[in-house]
Design a protein around this ligand. Structure first.
Ligand code: NAD
Ligand code: DAU
Length: 375
């Protein structure tokens, strides 16, 4: 089987590539990524050495690029991760979000349709090649915001709040339309907030980790009471694999871990977890930028406490609460989240402590300009 993985140099896409290569020895992966600020080939340095992995630098909106990929390769599955993914950036500059998340999706669908259809049936519907599928990786943000109660199910009305989520909703709707109008074999998955290795430090958890290591203030929007439903990235990758291979075509599957946390609690947990690791394993203190020595010669970490938290202006249109009901994917396809949050967060923090070179690499360039504008 050959997978076209778009956005494979980003956070979840790269984790998916790693997961699939480790799980299956008989698949090929073509990665299409335009390497925006969020894409990083260093993340895939080992994978790119493999003969069964090809990388194409290109834009999902560019039909010349996508046509070339389909004409030169027999693609069985498209898994579309490519997107502008950060809500705060979408508030500043919506246009690129509409471009990539809607028009890029439509271009991928059109290219796949061109190469995956062999004619028309009596009712004028395209005849599709056996076994092919297009999977759109989407988000719980398309459902908008919840109050204190309730969960998003697959039938919750779409009600996006930000330019990012509106653009993702547009992408979902065009995918659904190709399923309805052309009988294209599609699935849409809608996942809650992911965390784990290779997460770009503009997003809450990796930003907080990085700021602690730099000895900087930790910006919490509003009063920190907003709730997100966190899922370890590998569990998301497993769910996507299951939906590609077993999901009923035309269906939407929600993915989430029943793991709701307030932002303020996440930030406090990250502080205390880093503190605990550095208390028990003082060698990790060398990662800190702030290296004040105590009289016994060890690096001081007494400043690493909740006083680092600073409440800043709220995000415009900030959704209050997300929470996914994953009953459909669990009962129909047997997927369950395997990584408990207390284990996953420690694994994630340790990964960042051990991979500071990766953080340095992705935060060189324009990152600081963005950071200084935001905070
Ligand atoms: P990311 O920003 O880390 O990565 C996006 C990748 O897409 C980058 O490698 C970037 O270079 C690439 N890209 C952007 N525009 C492109 C274009 N026009 N052509 C080709 N490549 C392009 O995002 P992520 O967090 O890995 O999210 C991946 C997908 O999963 C997105 O579609 C997002 O909406 C969805 N999602 C994310 C989360 C989450 O918590 N991060 C949760 C649910 C769904
Ligand atoms: O729910 C899925 C979505 O999760 C994905 O579709 C998005 O691509 C992904 O970016 C993520 O969106 P969020 O807006 O929820 O993630 P972010 O990490 O930006 O913010 C998480 C929460 O933390 C949110 O309530 C805003 C808050 N926040 C964020 C940052 C960056 C802060 O309080 N301070 C910060 O500095």
């Amino acid at each position: 089987m050959t997978y076209l993985v778009t956005g494979g140099a980003g956070f979840i896409g790269a984790n998916f590539v790693k997961y699939m290569l480790a799980k299956y020895s008989d698949i090929q992966i073509i990665i299409l990524d335009s390497l925006t600020y969020a894409g990083n080939l260093g993340t895939l340095s080992e994978e790119l050495k493999e003969a069964r992995v090809k990388f194409v630098k290109g834009d999902i909106c560019d039909s010349i690029v996508t046509d070339k990929i389909f004409s030169e390769n027999t693609i069985d599955y498209v898994v579309n991760f490519a997107a502008e993914s950060h809500v705060d950036r979408s508030i500043e500059n919506p246009q690129i979000f509409l471009q990539t998340n809607i028009l890029g999706t439509q271009n991928l669908l059109d290219t796949a349709k061109k190469y995956w259809t062999t004619g028309k049936d009596d009712n004028n519907y395209p005849i599709w090649k056996e076994g092919v599928k297009y999977l759109q990786v989407s988000t719980d943000e398309v459902y908008g915001s919840l109050g204190d109660e309730g969960y998003f199910t697959e039938t919750t009305p779409l009600d996006p709040s930000s330019p990012y989520s509106a653009a993702k909703t547009g992408g979902d709707l065009i995918v659904k339309a190709y399923g309805e109008t052309y009988k294209m074999p599609i699935n849409i998955t809608r996942c809650s907030n992911n965390y784990g290795p290779y997460h770009f430090p503009e997003k809450l958890i990796p930003l907080i980790i990085r700021n602690i290591l730099e000895g900087k203030k930790l910006p919490v929007y509003g009063d920190g009471s907003n709730v997100r439903d966190w899922l370890y990235v590998e569990d998301h990758c497993k769910a996507i694999d299951i939906v590609v291979n077993k999901g009923r075509i035309y269906e939407v599957y929600n993915i989430g871990g029943h793991n709701e946390k307030k932002n303020i609690d996440i930030v406090k947990l990250v502080i205390s977890t880093i503190h605990d690791i550095m208390e028990k394993e003082p060698q990790y203190r060398s990662v800190l930028k702030k290296k004040e020595l105590l009289s016994d010669g060890t690096i001081d970490i007494s400043w690493m406490n909740n006083d680092l938290i600073t409440f800043v202006k709220d995000r415009q249109g900030h959704d209050q609460r997300y929470a996914i009901d994953p009953a459909k994917i669990s009962t129909e396809l047997g997927w369950i989240p395997e990584t408990m949050f207390d284990k996953g967060i420690v694994k994630t923090i340790r990964w960042y402590l051990d991979n500071q070179e990766w953080v340095e690499e992705v935060t060189s360039g324009n990152y600081m300009k963005y950071y200084d504008q935001m905070y």
